[in-house]
Design a protein around this ligand. Sequence first.
Ligand code: GLN
Length: 454
Amino acid sequence: EAFNANVAAASQLNAFIVATPEKAVEAAQAVDAKRAKGQDLGKMGGVPIGMKDLFATNGVQTTAASHMLEGFVPQYESTVSQKLWDAGAGMLGKLNLDQFAMGSSNETSYFGNVISPWRRKDGGNADLAPGGSSGGSSSAVAARLCPAATGTDTGGSIRQPAAFTGISGIKPTYGRCSRWGVVAFASSLDQAGPMARDVTDCAIMLEAMAGFDPKDSTSLNLPVPEWEAGLNPDMKGKKVGIPREYRMDGMDPEILKSWDDGIAWLKDAGAEVVDISLPHTKYALPAYYIIAPAEASSNLARYDGVRYGLRDLPEGAGLQDMYAATRADGFGPEVKRRIMIGTYVLSAGFYDAYYNQAQKVRALIARDFEQAWSQCDVILAPTCPSAAFALGDKTSDPLSMYLNDVFAVPASLAGLPAMSVPAGLNSEGLPLGLQIIGKAFDEQGVLNAGLAIE
Ligand code: GLN
């Protein structure tokens, strides 16, 4: 009930698109009934969580924060959300996000931007971005509207909003969480993961979310490890790699300082710190902004006005006019930009020059990490090049918005598990995040290093 009251009271953050308090209450009652019978309460028994509105929820509007899907009520449940309900969690509501998960500030949502609960100490009263695309999730957890929320991460959308709002979030190895029933952005990159107050809560929730799913052809057919039981902040015998290419010219000195703090904390926990090289880092961002839009342009072709959501059928219009009217009306400007970039890089004359090159770069980035693992167990880097920026600061310049993803996209392209954990406040009193990148399937190593920093 307290959480329900919170959600209503904090509506000015605009974190929720739809509130479903009755579902959270149902889950709590189910847990009470189980407790009375002495039954197992489940990994998430009775915990009210927020669900990013990118996960299809049976009977509850699922919009991807777009006009295109406004009013779309799925008749099926995504695998990840179903697993959470099976583990006893209850849904407080559907959380706002960047439209079709495209963005880094939650300002591309059709339902309006989300506001971070954080304020600069003495920088006026500017509303700050909660990060994106999982900005409703980060804002809701940071404001304590819910103890945890789901996120999805294609090129940083769990880690960057977590860093901006002082919470923890992990993107597991590609394939750990089923993509079935998650509105697709870039299928070879999309991964679901938990966003919560601390590393332990992330471990618990990830256990509930992960697992093989025959309905997702890229799902990992591996048992889900007991990450919570395996938590151990002792870093003795572990090597932490510090990638020198992440130390970029003109970097915010406060970000560098928090990185140094993280190095010191891991050393205190017993780790050995080694300098490593990931030579192709600077090509990751351009490769990502070719591959992700290419896949998006293909995935979003399904919104044709026939099958899902919106249909604009002008008087006397034919099929082509209906497609055009629906897509012109249903997609926001950032989504259209991605579709056009994607269509361009996949078109006959440019496929080799752009898409193929980007795929080669992707392989080189993955190889960089492969080589690094001969020297270290996990990698430590900043999550983002800056603390949270003010809403409106970057909306007129898409490139500066994309640059915010520079440290996040390499792990996405390589499919590796990566986490952001809070690493203190900057001089403006805003949270900074540190990122831990691990070997494929080694979420445990990532969580443990996160725990050592926390
Ligand atoms: N900010 C990145 C983008 O706009 C990442 C988004 C995401 O991970 N969903 O593509």
